[in-house]
Design a protein around this ligand. Structure first.
Ligand SMILES: *[C@@H]1O[C@H](CO)[C@@H](O)[C@H](O)[C@H]1NC(C)=O
Ligand SMILES: *[C@@H]1O[C@H](CO)[C@@H](O)[C@H](O)[C@H]1NC(C)=O
Ligand SMILES: *[C@@H]1O[C@H](CO)[C@@H](O)[C@H](O)[C@H]1NC(C)=O
Ligand SMILES: *[C@@H]1O[C@H](CO)[C@@H](O)[C@H](O)[C@H]1NC(C)=O
Ligand SMILES: *[C@@H]1O[C@H](CO)[C@@H](O)[C@H](O)[C@H]1NC(C)=O
Ligand SMILES: *[C@@H]1O[C@H](CO)[C@@H](O)[C@H](O)[C@H]1NC(C)=O
Ligand SMILES: *[C@@H]1O[C@H](CO)[C@@H](O)[C@H](O)[C@H]1NC(C)=O
Ligand SMILES: *[C@@H]1O[C@H](CO)[C@@H](O)[C@H](O)[C@H]1NC(C)=O
Ligand SMILES: *[C@@H]1O[C@H](CO)[C@@H](O)[C@H](O)[C@H]1NC(C)=O
Ligand SMILES: *[C@@H]1O[C@H](CO)[C@@H](O)[C@H](O)[C@H]1NC(C)=O
Length: 697
């Protein structure tokens, strides 16, 4: 849905030098004959339609140090495939050109990279060819080529392929490269973010005899007015009537506006279980009334029934860019049965920066089965509590926030042999650039559970772990987020709208425990002390603390606490202004110390010297390694675990084993001007004319 942005990007310059020497890259030379026979029968693990019309299909799988690809494209000409860690532009990408020779029928692969000298230059042939053709053919309409490369080739012109999100570029044209001009492939190009290393548990298919049912959960006609910038909508749903326990084996989003991806207004959806204590016995009359209603704004003090607070344990989570998730065969999320949950709450976060008018009926398609799996699974939300005490200063390239889930939760709720994590989604809003889910045991950081150094907030796909991670009682898990606010003039705070930030992870695990969420935040007093503020007019710190922690509306720390915000009737107001307008921090007037007298806390924050790296680093470090107030949100309402103030644990960081390659990546490391163009060095002009993927002279 997010791909339009990249769609304009990859265009191949159209000149070809007639004497381009591709002969020595021919089929015989580089064909991997051992794998040839097997390739057509391989069970390709991953399949992705790259365009919107089913013209370009990419399949791949990882075996040992190699990644095997297969492209099947509706053309008899050339096929391009590329990888970029950045924005999906061709000039900074690692590329391969593929074609089947019309005369000889030989499949070819040519390893290239984007021109570093010119933003829209022709791709240049790499000195070392690292792609090996395995097989290929073309018929009257299609070309198919299977090929492989090392995940890490040690060629400075090839991007190492790993666990980070990567932009995969695709293109195709009508003519083979060796036949000259490639003009006219028009719209046949684009880029798509992907997690190449994800093992994907597929949707069940008919041949394996698993009986599955579908349960569609959607909102009815939620109307978004142009004046609504952010809307959190909640609806209560009755569970299907199942007399014995079943297992949810996966879920997919049902989105109203898929066809116009750029105009989609659904940013995030969560389906929560509502704890049975809130509807004891037959006293579920009001719940049945709510089931029939269309829903309401979430967590409004006046509109949302208090009982809905009991809907806190996630069973399905979707964020923009995700395709949903299917669980591995040994795990299912319980549903139904006599003691099962009767009601669920669907929460949808609408984001409407373009001030559209939209009627929405999005939701989830839940797949469940009566054939029980070996383990009950669940989902936990962890990270930074949604609060104004989460702060990211303006003008920062990579500023970190951390949310801690500590022993106060894990000691009490985890079983003795721990929980096993099978997947996770990392969630920030627009400023998120790097994210990881870290794991600390006994003063030592273990291997990162999830790490994405190329985080793309528009592609919040599940990271499925190749190996389950066991988290034991007493362990810490830390959600670590790094943000880019280079172009922001004012501080960004934690909050619900996409102009605010979040730092959350949604963790799928088993066996299911009675934990819904595990968060931390900088304690309120420490937060103000850190910025040298001792006292406000009219409210003492205890009052302020209570306001931050227990105010049911804007500043509640619970992630299902929601609001709808209306844009002021001033079209010239910037997004930043709107955020400032609504913030409680803008209402707190400093009385002590005298040097900050009569400033609001917000204006105080914005006057701090954030452009001084030493100052900013100190604040960042103090916030990370300082005190954290941890919250353990339990799904069983008869239990409660008090919040606790802890210090950041002391630990030695996990260090990735060094790469076996010694080189600096030559591509994908170029800085763009802020307007996205690059100045063209005079020499590079000639390259433009040299042709497609020619030898780098
Ligand atoms: C050509 O190949 C494509 C892809 O393998 C296949 O779908 C199509 O049916 C083939 N067409 C003919 C005429 O064989
Ligand atoms: C369907 O499931 C069976 C058994 O799990 C598997 O062997 C087969 O490859 C699957 N087919 C598809 C199209 O996924
Ligand atoms: C949604 O609105 C349309 C048009 O107003 C109406 O025809 C339809 O019945 C409504 N659907 C529901 C489920 O309320
Ligand atoms: C998963 O575990 C296997 C066996 O312990 C190990 O060989 C492999 O490297 C692990 N994979 C990852 C991605 O850690
Ligand atoms: C803070 O103010 C409240 C009244 O607003 C008062 O009840 C409370 O005792 C005060 N706390 C302290 C520590 O002064
Ligand atoms: C916004 O302001 C304009 C001019 O002041 C007025 O005509 C319009 O009705 C207002 N819109 C809303 C939604 O209040
Ligand atoms: C928006 O427009 C109003 C009236 O034209 C003006 O008074 C105000 O200063 C403007 N605000 C900004 C942020 O430009
Ligand atoms: C909730 O916790 C209490 C006390 O630990 C326990 O007795 C009860 O069975 C739990 N309820 C559920 C639904 O698990
Ligand atoms: C971490 O180490 C420092 C210095 O050794 C110590 O002051 C601090 O209390 C330790 N923190 C924890 C949580 O143990
Ligand atoms: C882009 O920025 C560069 C340097 O800041 C400037 O020279 C160039 O004119 C700008 N280009 C456009 C199209 O604004």
């Amino acid at each position: 849905m997010l791909l339009h942005i990249f769609a304009r990007i990859w265009f191949i310059v159209v000149f070809i030098r007639q004497n381009v020497n591709c002969a020595h890259h021919s089929y015989e030379d580089r064909r991997d004959s051992a794998s040839h026979a097997s390739v057509r029968h391989q069970n390709w693990q991953r399949l992705e339609m790259m365009d919107r019309n089913g013209l370009y299909w990419l399949e791949w799988q990882i075996k040992e140090n190699y990644i095997y690809f297969k492209v099947t494209v509706n053309t008899r000409g050339f096929i391009g495939l590329g990888f970029s860690q950045k924005d999906g532009r061709m000039y900074s990408a690692d590329m391969v050109l593929l074609w089947v020779d019309d005369q000889t029928g030989k499949p070819n692969a040519l390893d290239c990279h984007g021109s570093i000298q010119h933003a829209h230059g022709a791709p240049i042939q790499d000195d070392t060819q690292n792609y090996n053709v395995i097989d290929g053919y073309q018929n009257g309409t299609h070309t198919y080529v299977a090929f492989k490369r090392l995940l890490e080739t040690c060629d400075p012109y090839d991007i190492p392929l790993g666990h980070d999100t990567i932009k995969v570029l695709w293109s195709f044209g009508k003519i083979d490269p060796i036949h000259g001009n490639l003009e006219g492939h028009g719209q046949n190009r684009g880029a798509k973010p992907l997690l190449l290393m994800n093992p994907v548990f597929r949707k069940q298919n008919k041949t394996n005899n698993q009986l599955t049912h579908q349960w569609d959960i959607v909102v009815n006609n939620v109307t978004l007015e142009p004046s609504m910038d952010t809307l959190y909508w909640c609806k209560i749903i009755r569970a299907p009537i199942l007399h014995r326990k079943h297992h949810i084996i996966g879920y997919e989003p049902l989105l109203t506006h898929v066809s116009t991806a750029d105009d989609t207004v659904v940013h995030h959806m969560t389906l929560f279980e509502c704890s049975a204590k809130s509807y004891p016995g037959s006293d579920s009359e009001s719940w049945d009334v709510w089931v029939r209603s269309t829903g309401t704004v979430c967590n409004s003090n006046s509109l949302t029934p208090r009982d809905w607070d009991s809907c806190s344990t996630p069973v399905a989570v979707w964020s923009v860019g995700s395709t949903g998730q299917f669980l591995p065969h040994h795990v299912g999320i319980p549903i139904g049965g006599s003691s099962g949950v009767k009601y669920y709450m669907l929460e949808i976060h609408y984001d409407n920066p373009k001030a559209l008018r939209a009627v929405d009926h999005s939701g989830f398609r839940i797949h469940y089965t009566p054939q029980l799996r070996a383990n009950d699974g669940g989902i936990i939300i962890s990270g930074v509590s949604i609060s104004d005490t989460q702060i990211i200063p303006p003008g920062q390239k990579l500023y970190r926030n951390v949310g801690i889930c500590g022993p106060s939760c894990s000691n009490v709720l985890f079983p003795e042999d721990g929980i096993k994590i099978i997947s996770g989604t990392l969630h920030t809003h627009r400023a998120g650039r790097k994210m990881s889910l870290r794991h600390i045991r006994g003063g030592k950081e273990l291997q990162r559970i999830i790490e994405d150094d190329n985080y793309d907030y528009k592609y919040q796909q599940f990271h499925q772990l190749a190996n389950e991670t066991v988290v034991l009682p007493g362990d810490f898990i830390i959600t670590d987020c790094a943000y880019d606010t280079t172009h922001r003039k004012r501080a960004t705070f934690g909050g619900y709208s996409t102009k605010h930030e979040m730092c959350l992870s949604f963790i799928t695990y088993y066996p299911k425990i009675e934990l819904a969420g595990c968060y931390s935040m900088t304690p309120v007093r420490e937060f103000f002390e850190m910025f040298g503020v001792n006292q406000f007019y009219s409210l003492n710190m205890t009052d302020v603390e209570n306001l931050f922690l227990y105010n049911g509306n804007l500043l509640d720390y619970m992630p299902n606490t929601i609001y709808a915000k209306t844009k002021p009737n001033q079209t010239n107001m910037s997004a930043e202004d709107i955020v400032v307008e609504g913030s409680l921090l803008n209402k707190l007037l400093i009385s002590d110390p005298v040097e900050f007298h009569d400033r609001t806390f917000l204006s105080h924050i914005n006057q701090l010297p954030w452009s001084e790296p030493l100052f900013t680093k100190r604040v960042e470090h103090a916030m990370i390694t300082g005190k954290h107030m941890t919250f353990c949100r339990v799904s069983n309402e008869s239990m409660s675990i008090p919040s606790e103030i802890i210090r950041y644990p002391n630990f030695t960081s996990f260090v990735k084993p060094p790469s076996s390659c010694t080189y600096n990546l030559l591509i994908d490391s170029i800085q763009l001007n802020s307007n996205g163009s690059r100045s063209v060095a005079p020499l590079s002009l000639s390259l433009l004319l040299v042709g497609i993927c020619v030898k780098n002279i």
